[in-house]
Design a protein. Sequence first.
Length: 375
Amino acid sequence: MRGIALLGSTGSIGTTALRVLDRQRDRFRVAALTAFANGRLLEEQVSRFDPSFVGLVQNGGVGHARWRTGVRCLVEAATRDDVDIVLNAVVGAAGLDATLAALEAGKRVALANKETLVMAGDLAYAAAKRGGGEIVPVDSEHSAILQCIVGRRRDQVRRVILTASGGPFRDWPADRLARATVADALHHPTWQMGRKITVDSATLANKALEVIEAHYLFDLPYDRIDVVVHPQSVIHSFVEFVDGSVLAQMSAPTMELPVLYALTHPERVSDDGVRPFDPVACSPLTFEPVRYEQFPALRLGTQAGRSGGAAPAVFNAANEQAVALFLEGRITFNDIASAIDSALDALGDTASGSREALLAVDAEARRHVRRLFSC
């Protein structure tokens, strides 16, 4: 029985993970659960899984005396002795400290919080080296790459190709994009996700985050990481090898499979949660080039990754703040990319190298976006 700490248990990935863990009770025990503010749902999860540790970041009046409260509960959960695997499904930069602490403590981090590597990939791998921890990706695209290359030498990989659904605006003309509403952006054609990541999928900022994440996870230069639009979301990534052979990982668009694989990698275990694959039902499979002019966030994020230093953290923070303002109805859809561009121009060259420096530039990038729109 391996102990699991699930950070962000009430979100989209968290609830998906609990469905997987419910089917795998003979292999895993839920040792710790944390949520951001949804105390009601957390109560239900605690009743079902009986964890030893419960944390609520923002206590809105729902909770119990034995629950830990405040952001520090994430680190406490991630470093417990009865925890072997930390599934970090926290949204945004808030997940950074828990990831670093878990890696320092020698844990496996099943990482759905891509912002950790985007902000501080070098710090994360340094922490893993010091403490003996390991990072296994939960994102479907990176899980697909891992499944294709496991057991193979990295020098056999020529490049990887991440697939993108294209989001709800894949075929919208530029003039229509300028009028896109929050409801439009949240209407994803193939995936059921949280609000922030759904907007990121609509802008393709999410794919930029994944490009940076792939750079760190697989130690690949950016010119060996490509993106292609695949509207059906059945092929999750391609890996091209040095002899020209290409492997792809395919499945129905569900996060249950990559969650389970992150917990069991490199092994596979029997699970009946994902429906049998039907190649006829999912046909045809099509591919399109990215429309970079209409979706500049992907280009901006990739450039930030290439620049290195604080630029990826600035990209991430500016995007998070701009998406929050968009969801509040205070800026337009196209303003998101404009905010990112402005923040990178102002702060992309800021010195970095420590957790404190990255958190400082993160905060300044958020302030920059708020000032830009007088918010």
